[in-house]
Design a protein around this ligand. Structure first.
Ligand code: ARG
Length: 477
């Protein structure tokens, strides 16, 4: 029979059972040790784990559980370990299961038995919950910076294209002319909501679980508010059972990340359409594209295509976390170790996608003439002609009917409404006079007429861009 061979106060807990082997009568099966380990992926948290431990030790010294000398030894030891990890000299051991035990074991190796006191009043359950929150908080802040950069890029491109006219679509059929600037501002709005969602999610991420210990709290006279302050948390998690178990904040992040990806995927789809030979609305510079190994003429919009594809994996990450959490009884369960990879994957994917978009958007080159010609096809000003008749007293439903007939003539003659003669138009209503061309049928008349907040007129788009800059200042204040 093997029992833990480490005598009390031993300084060499050189295998996992040194951490919890007291009640075990045999060593962990090698496969099980590897199967249950998380250090392969949770070593990402080393910085947060060390910061959390330093705050915990500082708090323990404040309340008299550790001496100041012990606290200082621990802090110095942990700082050295951080340098070792960053220098690549730290040896991560699968048999030590996770980031927490790897670091704690090394600490004890370095500073002796004081290292064994670090875990006083704490459990890996509240430790991991704290690490994830610290990590996610930092990632959210980085993602917000990327969103801001992309939004500024959109405003810059929109400002250059306040007067650029393109067809607006519904059902992917030509609907009404819009300005390209207005279209870009639609993308901007989607991202504003994405940013608001992330900032809102951040509030719930930014709570301290530490002090919950395994599930019920701890017998030591801890000062959780102090630890929270040291780590920059807004408040403490109010219930220890909840704090160690729920990952709703990570689910919420993945939901927000999914919506960002859904938006980027929609933008990608439009870019893919627009760069095709059939549309030719925009050019994406070569550096964002690749060619074909067989077709010499190809220039493929790989970046938007890949982002459209990557949206699927982030939605999958969201569903993974929801399914992981569903049905778990209180409090901590090992299931929760599976929260890391879907969270990391969503973070990495959304970051990479936003970075690609933020670089690509300011580099887009619209083909202004081609967009304009496209807007002249498909009877995009038909609604304007109906509105023109309404202003002359025709009921809208009747005006719709009249214009429908004029469009049918245009289809037959293969001409836009603006290319029909006044006489031809007058066959359908004698209320149509020579001013119809300037007032209703030109692209400029059409967009200029939509002159209210949220409308596509260049004047409104310019005002919307000015407001958008102010809104960004508030959003990222
Ligand atoms: N690696 C674990 C996780 O990711 C850390 C917490 C382990 N707690 C435990 N009681 N086994 O959730």
């Amino acid at each position: 029979m093997t029992t833990s061979s480490n005598p009390p106060n031993s300084v060499t807990p050189d295998q996992t059972s040194g951490m919890w082997g007291g009640r075990f009568s045999e060593a962990t099966d090698a496969f099980v040790a590897e199967f249950t380990a998380s250090v392969q992926f949770d070593q990402r948290f080393y910085k947060q784990d060390i910061a959390g431990s330093i705050a915990h030790a500082t708090m323990l010294a404040k309340v008299g559980v550790l001496t100041e000398a012990e606290r200082d030894d621990i802090i110095e030891g942990l700082s050295t370990i951080r340098s070792e990890i960053e220098a690549g000299t730290f040896e991560w051991r699968i048999d030590l299961e996770d980031v927490h035990m790897n670091i704690e074991s090394r600490l004890t190796q370095r500073i002796g038995i004081t290292g064994k006191k670090l875990h006083t009043g704490r459990s890996r359950n509240d430790q991991i919950a704290t690490d994830i929150r610290l990590y996610l908080r930092d990632e959210i802040d980085d993602i917000l910076k990327l969103l801001e950069r992309l939004q500024k890029g959109l405003l810059g491109l929109a400002a250059k294209n306040v007067n650029t006219i393109m067809p607006g679509f519904t059902h992917l059929q030509t609907a009404q002319p819009v300005t390209f600037g207005h279209h870009l501002l639609a993308w901007f709005e989607m991202l504003v909501r994405d940013s608001e969602r992330l900032q809102d999610c951040r509030k719930r991420v930014n709570r301290l679980p530490l002090g919950s210990a395994a599930l019920a709290g701890t017998t030591y006279p801890i000062d959780r508010a102090y630890t929270a302050e040291l780590l920059g948390f807004e408040a403490v998690c109010e219930n220890s059972l909840d704090a160690v178990s729920d990952r709703d904040f990570a689910i919420e992040f993945n939901a927000a990340a999914s919506l960002i990806m859904m938006h980027l995927s929609r933008m990608s789809e439009e870019l893919i359409l627009w760069t095709s030979a059939q549309f030719k609305f925009v050019n994406i510079p070569d550096r964002f594209c690749t060619g074909s190994s067989i077709m010499p003429q190809k220039k493929n919009p790989d970046v938007p295509e890949l982002i459209r594809g990557k949206s699927g994996r982030v939605f999958g990450d969201l569903i993974s976390l929801l399914t992981l959490m569903k049905g778990q009884p209180l409090a901590y369960n090992k299931d929760n170790q599976e929260d890391k990879e879907p969270l990391f994957d969503a973070i990495d994917t959304v970051r990479g996608s936003l970075m690609a978009f933020a670089d690509m958007i300011p580099a887009l080159v619209p083909n202004i003439e081609i967009m304009r010609e496209a807007a002249l096809r498909g009877f995009s000003t038909a609604t304007d002609l109906a509105d023109y008749l309404v202003k002359k007293g025709v009921a809208f439903r009747d005006a719709h009917e009249i214009v429908g007939k004029a469009v049918a003539l245009g289809v037959a003659e293969e001409k836009d409404l603006s290319e029909l003669t006044l006489e031809q138009l007058q066959q359908f209503s004698d209320l149509i006079t020579a001013d119809v061309f300037d007032k209703a049928l030109t692209l400029e008349a059409s967009v200029n007429a939509r002159d209210h907040i949220g409308g596509t007129s260049p004047k409104q788009v310019e005002a919307a861009i000015a407001r958008a800059h102010k809104r960004l200042e508030q959003l990222y204040a």
